[in-house]
Design a protein around this ligand. Structure first.
Ligand code: DX5
Ligand code: ZN
Length: 214
């Protein structure tokens, strides 16, 4: 299993040591949560901080934009050194255009769906994405309980990808620990995002390792 630690749960006063820890871990990429206080109720970090993180990180950045109309920020996200830009289905008026522009900018394009959005809504964009991010909590905060029907959404997405002959990856975000991660692995998830499970652990390296063994 590929593991994407969510920096939202990191100690921001010690970002350098947290990044050193992640650089020497088995993490597949770094998940960076951007919140605008509009699409979601919370505000997190912006481009100056992400740029600094991009310079220090040896892992590719997976930037999760919880922002209305994220298509306005494609060049800013790319200039932070981002590998994958995730935008919400619910936040894009012209989703096809936004995903195409992300790819044209040289990044991988990810589309994200909220817990209340059915997988079927992705039918018309599945051929132009590199990854689908299924939210297993309502976005905006770390440390929330896992929403169970996310597991069957992974199963349905796996079927859709097979029908389309797509090699897009399935990523899941929110409330992930060893227990929920095991269920998601069985359902066919490729990447697990985890914040509190990793950073609240007394041994974050081992927490990452335990998820990577699923
Ligand atoms: C929630 C964020 C998540 C969050 C996950 O809005 O998108 O990435 O940091 O945190 P945990 O793993 O604590 O649920
Ligand atoms: Zn996230």
């Amino acid at each position: 299993m590929r593991v994407a630690p969510s920096l939202l749960a990191a100690d921001f006063c010690n970002l350098r040591s947290q990044l050193d820890m992640l650089n020497s871990s088995e993490a597949f990429c770094l998940h960076v949560d951007v919140m605008d206080g509009n699409f979601v109720p919370n505000i997190s970090i912006g481009f100056p901080v992400i740029k600094a993180i991009g310079k220090m990180s040896e892992k590719p950045l997976d930037v999760h934009m919880m922002v209305n109309e994220p298509g306005r920020y494609i060049s800013e996200v790319r200039d932070c050194g981002t590998r994958l830009m995730n935008v919400h289905y619910e936040a894009c008026t012209h989703l096809n255009r936004t995903l195409t522009q992300i790819r044209d900018s040289g990044m991988l394009a990810g589309v994200t769906i909220n817990p209340a959005t059915p997988v079927a809504m992705l039918e018309e964009v599945i051929d132009i994405v590199d990854l689908v991010l299924i939210m297993s909590v309502n976005p905006g905060f770390g440390g929330q309980p896992f929403i169970k029907n996310s597991i069957s959404k992974v199963t349905r997405l796996r079927e859709m990808l097979a029908r389309h002959n797509s090699s897009a990856l399935i990523e899941v975000d929110g409330g992930i620990n060893l227990h929920t991660g095991t269920e998601l692995a069985k359902a066919g998830a490729d990447i697990l995002v985890a914040g509190s499970y990793i950073f609240n652990s007394s041994d974050p390296h081992n927490a990452i390792h335990s998820l990577s063994m699923l």
